[in-house]
Write a protein that binds this ligand. Structure first.
Ligand SMILES: *Cc1c(COP(=O)(O)O)cnc(C)c1O
Length: 423
C-alpha cells in the first residue's frame, strides 16, 4: 500500500480516460434508470447504485472512500456535521432502554448529545474519567451496554485517550469501541490500528482545514464480530422489516454496520453531506499531510514559548515533555499532536480577557483546527452559563484558554501573543 501522503492525494478517486482530474461535483438530487425493475432492485438492496442524494451521491462517496482509506476501514459515510456523525455512530446500535459508556473529557457538544439528547431518546450514559482503571470501566458495564466512546485527543483539554487499553476492556466484554478522531486526523493517528471498531470525525476541523464547511464522518473498521454477540446487537443480526426482512450481517458481512448506517439511518434521519461540501473536504484532504505536520510543529514551538513565559500559569500540550499525557502522545501521536493546546494565565479572568482583546493576528472564534490561529476562553464564551464549580466538574479549568495554531509563521503568532501579554 502507498504511504499515507500519497493516499491523501489519490485515495478514493481514480479518473479514467478523458475524465476530470479533480473530483467532479455531482450536484444532482437524483439519478436516472432505464427500467422499473432496475429501480426496484436498488430499493431491495439487491443492486448498488445511486438513486437519491439523501442516501448516496458520487462526490460524497468519493470523499467518504478517501477518509475510509486513510483510517484503514471497511467503509465510511459522510454526515452533515460532527454531531450527526456521533449521533449515527451511537444510535446505529443503541436504542431506547440501552446504555452507553463514555469518557467524561469529551467535547462539550458530544457530552450534551449523549447526556441530554440521547437520555431523552431513552439511552442512558455513564461518563467515566478517561484514566479510570480497567476494573472501574468493567464495573460500569451492564447487560444493556452497547458501546464505549472516547476522543483520541479531547476537546478542549487535549488529553490523549489510551485507545488500546479501552479497546481491550471493551472487547473482553463483547463491546465495540467508538473513537472520535477529529483533532489528530488519520494523518497523526489511526485508532483502528489500536483496536477501535468505529471512528468518527468532525470534518469541520482539520479535514476541511480552511473553515469553509461543517461536516462529519463515520468509519467502520469491519472488525467487530457482531454475530458473535448477536443477542446484544439485534439491529444488525436480525431481519430488518423495513428492507423486506434482510439481515445486515448475513447480507453485508464485515460491512454490516456501515451499510445499516446508510440504508437505515441516513434514509430515515437524513443528516446528509452536500456534494459541494464533500468536494471542499476532498480538497482539504489532498493537503492534510502537509498541514498536520506544520500545525503540529508550530504548536510545539508556541507551547514551548508559552511554557517559558512568566505570565503563563500552565500549558497543556501533549507534545511537551512536561505534559502529563506526553508518554501516551509518544505512543499514539508520534508524528505530532495537532495544533490545539490549552493554557492558563496568572492574573485572573480580567487579565485573560484583556490579553484576548489585545490580540491582533490571533482571532477570537468559536472554532478550532483550521489554517487561522484562533483562541477561545470557554468560561467567558461557550460555557459562560456555568459557575467555576460546574466548569471544573466539566473538566474545564476556569482560566483555560484554548489556542488553535494555524498555518501562519509561528514567529508571528508568538510575536502577537507577546505584545498582548505586554499591553
Ligand atoms: C467540533 C467537534 C465535534 C462536533 O462537530 P461539528 O462538526 O461542529 O458538529 C465533535 N467532536 C469533536 C472532537 C469536535 O471537536
Amino acid at each position: 500500500m502507498a504511504k499515507i501522503e500519497t493516499r491523501c492525494v489519490h485515495a478514493g478517486y481514480k479518473p479514467g480516460k478523458g475524465e476530470p482530474r479533480q473530483v467532479p461535483i455531482i450536484q444532482s438530487t437524483t439519478f436516472k434508470y432505464e427500467t422499473s425493475d432496475q429501480m426496484g432492485r436498488l430499493f431491495d438492496l439487491e443492486d448498488s447504485g445511486y438513486f437519491y442524494t439523501r442516501l448516496q451521491n458520487p462526490t460524497v462517496d468519493i470523499t467518504a472512500a478517501q477518509i475510509n482509506d486513510l483510517e484503514g476501514g471497511v467503509g465510511a459515510i459522510l454526515t452533515s456535521s460532527g454531531q450527526a456523525a456521533n449521533l449515527f455512530a451511537c444510535v446505529n446500535i443503541a436504542q431506547a432502554g440501552d446504555h452507553i459508556i463514555a469518557a467524561n473529557n469529551i467535547y462539550g457538544g458530544t457530552f450534551n448529545l449523549l447526556g441530554v439528547s440521547l437520555a431523552k431518546f431513552g439511552i442512558e450514559v455513564t461518563f467515566l474519567p478517561a484514566d479510570s482503571p480497567d476494573a472501574a470501566i468493567e464495573a460500569a458495564i451492564r447487560p444493556n451496554t452497547k458501546l464505549i466512546f472516547g476522543e483520541t485527543l479531547s476537546n478542549p483539554g487535549v488529553e490523549v485517550f489510551d485507545i488500546e487499553r479501552w479497546a481491550a476492556v471493551a472487547h473482553k466484554n463483547g463491546l465495540p469501541l467508538v473513537v472520535d478522531n477529529t483533532f489528530p486526523t488519520p494523518y497523526l493517528c489511526r485508532p483502528i490500528e489500536w483496536g477501535a471498531d468505529i471512528v468518527t470525525h468532525s470534518t469541520t476541523k482539520y479535514i476541511d482545514g480552511h473553515g469553509v464547511s461543517v461536516g462529519g464522518a463515520v468509519v467502520d473498521s469491519g472488525r467487530f464480530p457482531w454475530e458473535k454477540y448477536a443477542g446484544r446487537f439485534p439491529g444488525l443480526t436480525t431481519p430488518d422489516e423495513s428492507y423486506h426482512g434482510l439481515t445486515y450481517t448475513k447480507k453485508f458481512g464485515q460491512a454490516a454496520y456501515i451499510v445499516k448506517a446508510t440504508t437505515h439511518l441516513m434514509r430515515d434521519l437524513g443528516s446528509t453531506q452536500s456534494p459541494q461540501n464533500a468536494f471542499y473536504l476532498h480538497l482539504g484532504l489532498q493537503t492534510l499531510h502537509l498541514r498536520m505536520k506544520r500545525h503540529s510543529e508550530s504548536a510545539l514551538q508556541v507551547a514551548r514559548w508559552l511554557e517559558s513565559r512568566p505570565e503563563v500559569a500552565w500549558v497543556h500540550y501533549p507534545g511537551l515533555e512536561s505534559d502529563p499525557h506526553h508518554s501516551l502522545a509518544q505512543k499514539y501521536l508520534p508524528d505530532g499532536c495537532s495544533g490545539v493546546m490549552a493554557f492558563g494565565l496568572k492574573g485572573g479572568r480580567d487579565f485573560e480577557n484583556r490579553v484576548l482583546d489585545a490580540l491582533k493576528l490571533v482571532t477570537i472564534e468559536t472554532h478550532v483546527a483550521d489554517c487561522h490561529t484562533c483562541v477561545l476562553h470557554p468560561a467567558s464564551h461557550t460555557h459562560r452559563q456555568l459557575s467555576d464549580e460546574q466548569l471544573r466538574e466539566a473538566g474545564i479549568a476556569p482560566d483555560l484558554i484554548r489556542l488553535s495554531i494555524g498555518l501562519e509563521a509561528p514567529e508571528d503568532i508568538i510575536a502577537d501573543l507577546e505584545q498582548a501579554f505586554k499591553s
